[in-house]
Design a protein around this ligand. Sequence first.
Ligand code: C2O
Ligand code: CU
Ligand code: CU
Length: 467
Amino acid sequence: MRAGVVFWVVSAIALLTACGGVNQVPLDAPADAPLRIPELLEPTYDSEGVAHYDLSIGRSQHDYRRGTLTDTYSYNGLPVLGPTLLLRAGDSVVISVTNELDEVTTTHWHGADVPAEDDGGPHSLIEPGEAWVADFDVIQPAATLWYHPHAHGLTAEHVYRGAAGLIIIEDDNPAVAALPATYGVDDIPVILQDRDFTEDGQLDFAIDEGENGNLDGTITVNGTINPFVEVPQGLVRLRLLNGSQARIYRLGVEGAQMTKIASDGGYLASPVVLEELVLAPGDRAEIIVNVGTESASLVDRALGRVLELRPDASAVGTGVLPDKLTTIERIPDSEITVDRRFHMDDVRNFWEFDPTWAINGLQMDKSRIDVRVRFGATERWTLSAGEGQHVFHTHQTQFLILSINGEPPPPEDSGWEDSVWVNADREVVIVARFNTYVAEDIPYMFHCHILDHEDLGMMGQFLVIDE
Ligand code: C2O
Ligand code: CU
Ligand code: CU
């Protein structure tokens, strides 16, 4: 057996014996539900060539096969989640979001480089019955992003109930033209979310104030429990999104090779063959799986099988993996003008019972600006943590990792990122440019993407000042 196979078999045995409370799917149990593929929302173009998209967030119901329909939130009336937005680099887009819930919410374009007033953060509240319109130019390269509500204190619950969707940006980079790219056929969205259900089949939302946030035992993929998807033999692309509240996945592929081709912000310089891929909340990764004549499975070290890829013998994919995907120009140290440190920790006083999650000792205050970045600056941020698991996410910009615990990042972590896993044993130094939009009125957010921590106050605000 290959080392990777041994690793996964050992892991599967370990989890079967160790974690009694987790409803993991053993690798030898059949996958029994066809994977839901969120519908694609292509734009309508107006006479000026502007791409228009309409979203509405509201209540819905989804059949999780829990003996009853489960109440959910979703976009555009889908049973759960939202349609996948297909954006093209260079387009001007207008997205309207109507709030059909009976409570306030927002919709944020996670990973998108957009003006602050179009970012959909906690300051862009949409009252029930109202609509909000974002308009921006797509100024970044091909990538897998996502959208989700971001009203402070409500983000975890709105996402948990099903409000989230993928954004795919396409561009005309010729190096990747031969990659599998037929949505839902050989280019498969994979939104990973762990969930718990009450006895009457409803979503059992909870905030866990602890170090790890709320971890649930049932893995859903695009809202499907124990799914399989039929794919052509040959190369298949999976667009992985960790849309979970708090769970960090350790993913592998059984029965085929896994090659990472893209991180949060787009393509890596070159494909990287991996045994294990760590995906923290908010993270995306695109992987290529070379499916043979037998099924291959995406598996998680703790939860077992996530998704079975079932080859359809009558279809052979035509995708080809190039040696080089794109050019990533490292940001030279000489360009860095500002250093900052962001320390993520529980800062409760000794007489307090519950954790107080904070960044640099402070909890989110919508009326306080924490950081003023000068427009055009290149900044180096050192991300560290005390207690707990954290995912540092910043709005507006994509960054490069300079080091993890003082070492240069491995090739799979050397692309553009907007979210990165940080804990006491994992100090990460990043570098980012702030040269696209000035934001002097409405701030951008930086925060922990473990949604429990975020809602409990582990968030701060920055402006981009032109002076
Ligand atoms: Cu995915 Cu500030 O968010
Ligand atoms: Cu974001
Ligand atoms: Cu955290």
